[in-house]
Design a protein around this ligand. Structure first.
Ligand code: SAH
Ligand code: SF4
Ligand code: F3S
Length: 462
């Protein structure tokens, strides 16, 4: 029999995208085939997200589809990996389609689990029993080895890669499931991170994005010295071949922020981009969310960021319709959004997550239509700000890292031309659409901006 082929579908955040890339490399090394075509796969792995109910519903509907597919293809194997696997564990086997369940901390075992499941035709479960207990050393070691071994190939975007600097989260914002599915915060050793970036640079990577749930609180003590994110950025800046360094997501806290902003100001390679969610502009709601800052303190942090890095682009996240959010609280969120002048922000409707403190203690008392209205209203406020900021780019030349073909058709193309519609991002994370040869994917290019919209800039190759 030829080697079984695996199709991986990824939901959720960058952490999941990175995990899928690691799993792809590991499976390939173990002799599995990988396919982009779900129809020809022997195994479908779904890498899942639990952050909102909607994310889980999408996975469940995907599983429903696979259940039907299995009727015509009984040999098809279905695995659920990622955050939902950890959250629901054995319960996922109640879904007929599911053969294998593997949590985020168990991905180093994925090849073995799959091989066993295929060979013995038995269901396989691998998750962490007590997720908030300190992980045993051997589990951390296995994750570390897996990460270093497989972080190089199988990047989703040419010339770019994610590198995790920390696992898990210890913040316990009252609404959030992440600490319960990704476990306690564990920072990776700086030497391993730097070595990985060096290997990526050798393999042609130009942009590395450092990942952590609260990436700015990265801290690692080795002997006398404590390393913070600014140290990683400074060291990585010296690696030949690396052009741009980004990091997400930052938690609004004083600790280490000065150092990180200074690294941004000092090194031309550290991109002037900060993703620092506020979640709400109301101090009452921020308290209920267990976010440890006030709206005024948050804005002070932004002032400081702009004093050190004047052209910094800031992105944010908000949750609307949190329990107890009045019209006045929502107005405070609108005020903060106006003052923060975000490049863009992600707005989510509150979704109660089982096991979190908000779910246990607070009633989800904001009606769905109110959540929806607030979402639309806040989006409209942000759209005006984004529109204004984007207009500044008209006529200017920007440098972009080209991602590849743009999915949406925005520009007129000369049908006879070999040029295609490409998309790239600037160092400040603005999306730029322009016509050019596909050979530019993974390369830096200069584009003159000729048209703007709130979220996208359009232009011509220089
Ligand atoms: N660690 C990051 C992001 C975590 S999840 C941070 O702290 O910023 C990404 C975003 O999802 C969060 O910023 C938040 O806005 C949103 N989110 C998390 N839990 C949610 C919930 N229960 N309902 C709605 N949105 C939620
Ligand atoms: Fe969730 Fe808060 Fe941790 Fe972000 S900082 S992952 S919102 S608990
Ligand atoms: Fe990411 Fe979703 Fe898990 S946001 S950490 S994939 S719950």
């Amino acid at each position: 029999m030829s080697s079984p082929s695996v199709y991986i579908k990824t939901y959720g955040c960058q952490m999941n995208k990175l995990d899928s890339a690691l799993v792809t490399s590991a499976l390939r090394a173990a002799g599995f085939g990988l396919t982009d075509n779900a129809k020809e796969a022997d195994v479908v792995l779904i890498n899942t997200c639990s952050v909102r109910d909607h994310a889980e519903q999408r996975v469940l509907s995907h599983l429903g589809h696979l259940k039907h597919l299995k009727k015509t293809r009984p040999g098809l194997m279905v695995g659920v990996i990622g955050c939902m696997a950890q959250r629901l564990g054995e319960k996922l086997f109640q879904h007929e389609a599911v053969d294998l369940v593997c949590g985020p901390a168990q991905i180093p075992q994925i090849s073995q689990l799959l091989a066993d499941a295929l060979h013995e035709k038995q269901k396989r479960l691998a998750i962490t029993e007590k997720i908030r207990q300190k992980e045993p050393e051997n589990q951390n070691l296995a994750l570390e080895q897996f990460e270093s071994a497989y972080g190089i190939e199988d990047r989703q975007l040419p010339g770019q890669a994610y590198v995790r600097v920390m696992h898990g989260c210890n913040r316990f914002c009252s609404y959030c499931v992440v600490p319960y599915v990704r476990g306690p915060e564990v920072c990776r050793p700086p030497a391993a991170i730097i070595e990985q970036i060096r290997k990526l640079a050798d393999a042609g990577v130009k942009q590395v994005t450092l990942l952590g749930q609260t990436v700015n609180s990265y801290k690692y003590t080795a002997g006398e010295k404590t390393y913070c994110l600014a140290d990683l950025l400074a060291t990585a800046s010296n690696i030949a071949g690396i052009e741009w360094l980004k990091f997400v997501t930052s938690y609004p806290a004083e600790e280490f922020l000065d150092e990180i902003l200074q690294a941004m100001a000092d090194s031309p390679k550290v991109c002037h981009y900060l993703h620092m969610p506020a979640q709400s502009g109301s101090d009452k709601i921020l308290r209920a969310m267990s976010r440890h800052y006030t709206a005024a303190q948050y804005l002070e942090l932004l002032d400081k960021a702009r004093a050190i890095v004047p052209d910094i682009a800031v992105a944010g996240d908000f949750i609307v319709g949190f329990p107890g959010e009045t019209e006045e609280d929502f107005q405070a969120t609108i005020d903060l959004t106006r003052k923060a002048k975000y490049k863009n922000c992600f707005i989510f409707k509150y979704s109660p997550r089982p096991g979190t403190r908000a779910d246990k203690k607070l009633q989800d008392n904001i009606p769905a239509e109110v959540k929806k209205r607030r979402n639309i209203e806040l989006l409209a406020v942000q759209e005006r700000i984004s529109d204004e900021l984007s207009r500044d780019f008209l006529g200017r030349q920007v440098k972009v890292l080209v991602e590849g073909l743009s999915k949406k058709a925005h520009l007129n193309l000369d049908q006879s031309s070999s040029e295609r519609q490409l998309v790239g991002r600037t160092a400040e994370d603005w999306i730029v659409v322009f016509n050019g040869p596909i050979s530019l994917a993974g390369q830096l290019a200069k584009v003159k901006i000729t048209k703007t919209s709130p979220l996208t800039l359009f232009g011509q190759l220089c």
